[in-house]
Design a protein around this ligand. Structure first.
Ligand code: ATP
Ligand code: MG
Length: 600
């Protein structure tokens, strides 16, 4: 593989004296060698009387048993500026009410409970309540159109859905005839009277709020089904990854070690995860991990807008912030000016996930916030963060970090025997994880063969290509499906995109391979510009020159096209497969997770 030298970005050294709080993972190398997953049981209680392990018990009820019920679990900020503080005791009661409501409808163990709504406290209560009843929870993006909602409800056998009157009327009502198994719809907020006359429609206020606030969680074996998460659909049709309650051990570990969440008597972290609960980050790290760790989560209902976000960081005194490259790049477009004069002194740790984080963005964090972004890697299938830049570790910008304690990662290649084998540092291959770990998916819904293909012996194969360096840092190369083969080189789109966004005019880049008779594929880039820059021949030539200088002629794009925006999934990932399909006039495939305004 030809590659831009990672070393061209200076190492960001960590100075222990500069930490606002000593990191939970103070000696990553030592803990990595000593940690065993059974150690994670010390962070959870398990259900009383040895009745197993239930995510909702660990997330809320346990805190009450330890006298922490009055702590704030959620600090909700509504679109219109309304605010609501929800304590751990409030959340325990609300989720128990929801579990009782399910039971009153004859629903419980194994039944599909879906949630389709924006970031409201009821969403958290419904998720946790369903977990308390041992139902199987599936979050859906509230921005999904009717078709993706219908196919997921059908696939996941939804029996009940929690949503708002508005979303029900706009998207769901017309689908009900097609979804005979979806017996109940619970509407949050003010429900217009006539809606309540429709079959199976209930108002949250009368169905849930009237229930008893106590609920005894039924015995929950650690491997009982908990959540069904659909993947982002970046590379094709979304898959339904099936998870179990035991995953909470991984959330407890990663909340502490990867996100460095601290809870203590003097007041714990104020934590903000910006991900939508419609995808796995918004559930695992927007809801479960921070609650398990006992901190306060800020929940912001409004969609992204840099000014509002900076306001939240400052006024809520956010200390730990978990966001995504697409949001960071949007902030970078605006420069550091909007941050001028703000007091962000509470902020001490910033992390990012979901897509490769360009080195430029890591370093921009330092200019804008005085802190670098800590990239970490995982997928819907892994259920929790696996590889991370942790607080105590130096950052090599552009690297995803190192495997967390309990995670055995390797770069593997197929050998002559047809099986995957680890390769040494500096060599590209597929990123693999040694099985098992607690939050590992237990199946792809209705797709056994596809699930089986993810494994070779003890290895889970992620479908991502990466390399490891001498120090043990992992570097993302690209998704196996996205990698470009040109004139004998394997080119990862990420390094080409990263080089392009170093240029001051470039906000975002998406890079694909175009079939070519002579060299196999040629590299083509699509580029969105920052405000104040206009597409022109001169800029085009300048970008081509910049890329050639930075990457060498073999790897640099041969052509560049300007775009106002790049197509993205709902979770904000650039869909290279769509750029490619459109460029080559190929079928566009499943577009259910595409941002709707670009669905043309
Ligand atoms: P689908 O599997 O349906 O194509 P998806 O892979 O985007 O969609 P997710 O499970 O939401 O679905 O995303 C996980 C993937 O996102 C990873 O496999 C990887 O390709 C990418 N990713 C996540 N975090 C990082 C990161 N820090 N660096 C590089 N890539 C990342
Ligand atoms: Mg995937």
């Amino acid at each position: 593989m030809t590659s831009a030298k990672p070393a061209s970005w200076p190492r960001i050294a960590k100075d222990p004296a500069a930490f606002q709080r000593p990191p939970n993972l103070a000696d990553p190398a030592r803990t990595q060698s000593e940690f065993r997953w059974r150690d994670a049981w010390s962070w959870v209680d398990g259900l009383p009387a040895g009745n197993g392990l239930n995510i909702a018990h660990e997330a809320v009820d346990r805190h009450l048993l330890h006298g922490r019920g009055e702590r704030i679990a959620l600090r909700w900020i509504g679109k219109s500026g309304a605010r609501r503080d929800v304590s751990y005791a409030d959340l325990a009661a609300a989720s128990s009410r929801f579990a009782n409501a399910l039971s009153s409808l004859g629903l419980g163990v194994g039944d599909g409970v879906f949630v389709l709504m924006g970031r409201l406290p009821e969403l958290v209560a419904a998720m946790l309540g369903a977990l308390k009843a041992r139902a199987v929870v599936t979050p859906l993006f509230s921005a999904f159109g009717p078709e993706p909602i219908a196919t997921r409800c059908e696939m996941g056998d939804a029996r009940l859905i929690v949503t708002t009157p508005e979303l029900y009327q706009r998207k769901l009502r017309a689908l009900r005839a097609r979804l005979p198994r979806l017996a109940h719809v619970v509407l949050v907020g003010d429900v217009p009277g006539p809606l309540l006359e429709e079959p199976g429609v209930h108002a949250w206020a009368s169905l849930v709020d009237t229930q008893p606030a106590s609920w005894a969680i039924p015995p929950t074996p650690a491997d009982s089904p908990s959540l069904l998460h659909f993947t982002s659909g970046t590379t094709g049709r979304p898959k339904g990854a099936q998870h179990v309650h035991e995953a909470v051990l991984a959330h407890a570990m990663t909340g502490r070690y990867a996100l460095d969440l601290h809870a203590d008597e003097s007041g714990g972290d104020i934590y903000w995860c910006t991900a939508d609960p419609g995808w796995v980050t918004g559930t695992s790290y927007g809801v479960i991990a921070p609650l398990v760790c006992g901190v306060t989560s800020v929940v912001v209902e409004a969609e992204f807008d840099a000014a509002t976000w900076y306001e939240v960081l400052e006024h809520e005194r956010v200390s730990v912030w978990y966001t995504a490259p697409t949001a960071i790049r949007m902030m970078m477009r605006l420069g550091t000016e909007p941050l001028g004069g703000r007091d962000l002194s509470a902020l001490r740790f910033m992390a990012s996930v979901g897509e490769p984080l360009n080195p430029e963005a890591v370093v921009w964090g330092q200019q804008a916030f005085g802190l670098p972004f800590h990239d970490n890697w995982w997928q819907t299938e892994t259920g929790g963060i696996m590889i991370a830049n942790v607080a105590a570790l130096d950052i090599l910008p552009g690297s995803m970090g190192q495997p967390l304690p309990g995670v055995a990662a390797a770069i593997v290649q197929r050998g002559a025997d047809g099986h995957m084998h680890p390769v040494g540092p500096g060599i590209d291959g597929e990123l693999a994880l040694k099985t098992p770990w607690p939050s590992m998916m237990r199946g792809y819904l209705h797709e056994e063969a596809r699930y089986a293909k993810c494994f070779d012996g003890e290895w889970y194969l992620s479908g991502d290509l990466a390399r490891r360096d001498d120090e043990g840092y992992y570097w993302f190369v690209g998704r196996a499906d996205d990698v470009i083969k040109s004139a004998g080189h394997l080119i990862g789109p990420f390094e080409v995109e990263s080089a392009l966004i170093e240029h001051p005019a470039v906000a975002e880049a998406g890079v694909i391979g175009i079939p070519d008779e002579t060299v196999g594929e040629v590299v083509k880039a699509f580029v969105a510009l920052k405000p104040g820059f206009e597409p022109s021949e001169a800029l085009l030539r300048e970008l081509l020159g910049h890329a050639r200088k930075r990457l060498g002629a073999a790897v640099a794009p041969k052509s560049i096209e300007f775009r106002a925006n790049l197509p993205k999934t709902r979770s904000g990932k650039i869909m290279r497969r769509l750029l490619r399909a459109r460029e080559l006039g190929l079928p566009e495939g499943d577009l259910s997770t595409l941002e709707s305004d670009e669905k043309k």
